[in-house]
Ligand binder design. Structure first.
Ligand SMILES: [Zn+2]
Length: 121
């Protein structure tokens, strides 16, 4: 089916663009240009909406949903691990707006991106 094939190409392109923009936004933060970084994050979110693609987990968890800043440990975010014996959590605090994110953390299954690709951004 040509139409579904086209859709897949559009999605692949969207994911590639998202990864590229994510890198650019991290670089912008490193240059302390937070406004530029936020603009890239805005683009990432609108591409994901328009192309109807889910953000790669790594990207999704590295963006503050509240203030649209890329979350970089030690720069724009504070990351902690918490455990109650049964389960572990990653606690990410956005240092820009104070928003707090909690994600379940499974030590054995770390670093798996969605789609099972081991590609790094
Ligand atoms: Zn924030």
């Amino acid at each position: 089916m040509p139409s579904s094939k086209n859709k897949r190409i559009v999605r692949d392109l969207a994911i590639q663009r998202i990864r590229w923009l994510y890198k650019l936004s991290i670089n912008a933060i490193k240059r302390n240009d937070k406004e530029l970084a936020r603009r890239y994050v805005d683009l990432i979110l609108s591409i994901s909406r328009k192309a109807n693609v889910r953000l790669p987990r790594l990207v999704k968890r590295s963006i503050c949903r509240n203030c649209k800043i890329p979350l970089i440990p030690g720069v724009t975010a504070r990351v902690r691990l918490k455990s109650d014996g049964k389960s572990s959590w990653v606690i990410i605090k956005c240092l820009e707006c104070g928003w707090i994110y909690r994600y379940p953390y499974k030590p054995r299954k770390e670093c798996q991106l969605e789609g099972g690709k081991s590609e790094h951004i």
